[in-house]
Design a protein around this ligand. Structure first.
Ligand code: AP5
Ligand code: ZN
Length: 207
């Protein structure tokens, strides 16, 4: 199974990815998690990316496309993959199409902007796994601790209200065009075209 999870910041891509990757036994390829790992490791890429991420902007297409192409060479992608937060621009989507990277489904998670800031302010993350909680909507079993490892949960640096608003603007300006892009491709029915499904991201996580 080869999937793209598309949706605004805080739509629940990472949250739903956790279920989907287990069900299909496929790796989650989150460009956001990959960048945060580079920031934590203090690599040159990480140092560069941190500035952009903290400002709520997008890291350059060349860097992201390079990262994903390398990741797809890993043996665990043979059985499929789940893209989370990628592609995020037309050049990123085109690069995958041109490289013949197959996609079975594009799942759009739809959440209105009004819900996003509340979700982000309550988000808590287990840094090394990317597992995500919410203090109110999806609390961990023990406050402040990851369910699996018991390790400390943190708040993301880019979850400040102004940064969230900037990220939402960037989503509407640069990423939302992919809704039309993939819908059009799906409707073309051409060989290799993905199926497109829009799903409401409001309501209980399990639903
Ligand atoms: P990235 O990490 O991809 O962030 P994002 O797309 O902004 O999405 P989020 O991770 O914030 O949200 P999510 O949809 O995963 O929601 P979650 O499940 O956590 O990217 C970060 C940055 O990296 C970007 O800003 C950019 O700078 C850079 N970057 C990454 N990829 C890039 C690319 N391809 N190109 C260029 N730059 C790139 O849920 C959010 C909260 O809501 C949680 O607390 C959760 O518990 C809660 N929640 C989830 N579902 C529900 C529900 N149904 N009801 C109530 N609460 C819920
Ligand atoms: Zn995420």
């Amino acid at each position: 199974m080869r999937l793209i999870l598309l949706g605004p910041p805080g739509a629940g891509k990472g949250t739903q990815a956790n279920f989907i990757k287990e069900k299909f036994n496929i790796p989650q390829i989150s460009t956001g998690d990959m960048l945060r790992a580079a920031v934590k490791a203090g690599t040159p890429l990480g140092l560069e990316a941190k500035k952009v991420m903290d400002a709520g902007g997008l890291v350059s297409d060349d860097i992201i496309i390079g990262l994903v192409k390398d990741r797809l060479k890993q043996p665990d992608c043979a059985n499929g993959y789940l893209f989370d937060g990628f592609p995020r621009t037309i050049p990123q989507a085109d690069a995958m199409k041109d490289a013949g990277v197959a996609i079975d489904y594009v799942l759009e998670i739809d959440v209105p902007d009004e819900s996003i800031v509340e979700r982000m302010s309550g988000r808590r993350v287990h840094q090394s796994s990317g597992r995500t909680y919410h203090v109110k909507f999806n609390p961990p079993k023990v406050e402040g601790k990851d369910d699996v490892t018991g390790e400390e949960l943190i708040q993301r640096d880019d979850d400040k209200e102004e940064t969230v608003k900037k990220r939402l603007t960037v989503y509407h300006d640069q990423t939302e065009v992919l809704v039309g892009y993939y819908n059009k491709w799906a409707e073309s029915g051409k060989p290799g075209a993905p199926k497109y499904r829009k799903i409401s991201g409001v309501g209980p996580v399990e639903t």
